[in-house]
Design a protein around this ligand. Structure first.
Ligand SMILES: Cc1ncc(COP(=O)(O)O)c(C=O)c1O
Length: 416
């Protein structure tokens, strides 16, 4: 019997979709309104916004708005039309690639329109069925989905566990000896949920013993770590050991687009083999000229990164001093670990937003183990010390209510 595809879809909305009725518009798909800033409007109220990856506060910087606006009005949002290879290539795309490559200390760079699609496509292009992928189990969905396209073997290692990484490199090496293929190891520079840096120094050291190439997704490290924000490879002093470096413009650059950087021949190979770019329209000019401006500001205004870290250090030390568990973060990403079930977490976040005017992301099962709640805060250069102090006060108040069962009672009343 052939079932109707849509009957299944209506019956099973998926792991997140099943929460749509309860959560949509508030816990998921919330509408943050007003200019991107440290304080925005949510449900008609001003809230301190800790959920936006505008690390360096460039999204609404007047100089950025000026360049974005001028390009939008003179070049339009369409130019250039077509894929890069056909009719979507300009000297500005080339200039941006050159500047990105120089900034991250690589020979050549190539732009992609979205980091997610680019990463899926780059992994697809870099390996054939005889090659083996070794990757960290906590990597971003774009890496997982790139690996899903791979027709050959893959080995996943325990998160940031070098022993497990080495064991899997040994397995991959044995396998590659049989297939005659190579090994691609994929890690993140900064893990976006818990804020740990990938152990790039130790991974690069493994190159002494094993023959593999290293691809690093540095979405959160670019702009926030290393000298002048040149990324996690610089922070750990191992940028040369990263064979293919990736960063998105969607975070510190407050834009759209991303790039891969590495040796000229490898990047040229990606340029001619990444299907997401060969068969899709090129990045529009306002995004390209806007990215050139943003990159210039990151390069020449170290005070932006200094301010980001001033706020990060104040927030993290303040929360730790108030007794909060921030796990193992080594970056600006600030996860606050609490204990409770999903209904309690929802009641708590509601209180935090409505009564304390603090907006942050909430992470619960199945993304993390049952019984754990992560409230994830992203500091930016736009935040102030008052934002930090108000937030710590609010967090102390909600923790007390979580621990004395107030949110459990509220959640039970809603259910009954
Ligand atoms: C680690 C990581 N990789 C890739 C991406 C995707 O980048 P983009 O938003 O440019 O598609 C993100 C961001 O969402 C990310 O956090």
């Amino acid at each position: 019997m052939v079932t109707d595809l849509f009957d299944r879809i209506k019956g099973d909305k998926g792991p997140l979709g099943k929460w749509a009725e309860k959560a949509e518009g508030y816990y998921v798909f919330p509408k943050l309104e007003g200019p991107i800033s440290n304080r925005m409007s949510f449900n008609g109220k001003k809230v301190i916004t800790w959920s936006i990856n505008d690390y360096l506060g460039l999204a609404n910087h007047p100089e950025v708005l000026k360049v974005d606006g001028e390009s939008a009005s003179t070049d339009g949002m369409a130019y250039p039309m077509g894929a890069r290879m056909m009719s979507g290539h300009t000297k500005y795309h080339e200039q941006l690639e050159q500047e990105c490559a120089e900034f991250v200390g690589k020979e050549k760079a190539y732009l992609v329109n979205f980091g997610y699609q680019g990463m899926v496509s780059a992994i697809d292009a870099l390996v054939t069925k005889n090659d083996i992928i070794v990757y960290d189990m906590d990597t971003h969905a774009c890496i997982i989905d790139g690996v899903r396209l791979h027709a050959g073997k893959r080995f996943v290692y325990r998160h940031n566990d070098i022993e497990s990484c080495e064991k899997n490199l040994q397995r991959a090496t044995k396998m590659a000896e049989k297939t005659g293929g190579g090994i691609l190891l994929v890690s993140e520079g900064v893990f976006g949920m818990r804020g740990e840096q990938g152990r790039l120094k130790e991974i690069v050291a493994l190159k002494e013993k094993y023959n593999f190439r290293l691809l690093v997704d540095d979405a959160h490290g670019f702009g926030t770590l290393g000298e002048n924000g040149r990324g996690t490879g610089f922070e750990q002093g191992v940028q040369d050991g990263i064979d293919v470096y990736f960063a998105t413009f969607a975070k510190s650059m407050a834009g759209i687009g991303a790039f891969f950087a590495g040796d000229a021949d490898v990047i040229q190979y990606l340029q001619y083999n990444m299907r997401s770019q060969m068969f899709a329209k090129s990045l529009p000019m306002p995004m390209v000229k806007g990215a050139l401006k943003r990159l210039d500001m990151i390069r020449t205004m170290p005070e932006l990164k200094d301010k980001l870290w001033e706020i990060t250090n104040a927030l993290q030390s303040g929360l730790r001093n108030a007794g909060f568990d921030l796990g193992t973060t080594q970056t600006c990403i600030t996860p606050v670990y609490l204990k409770g079930d999903i209904p309690e977490a929802m009641a708590m976040v509601n209180d935090l937003r409505e009564n304390h005017g603090v907006f942050c992301s909430i992470v619960v099962y199945p993304v993390i183990p049952k019984g754990l709640i992560i409230l994830r805060l992203i500091p930016t250069a736009r935040h102030t010390i008052e934002d930090v102090n108000e937030t710590i006060k609010a967090f102390s108040a909600i923790r007390e209510k979580l621990e004395n069962g107030t949110y459990k009672k509220i959640a039970e009343q809603i259910v009954s």
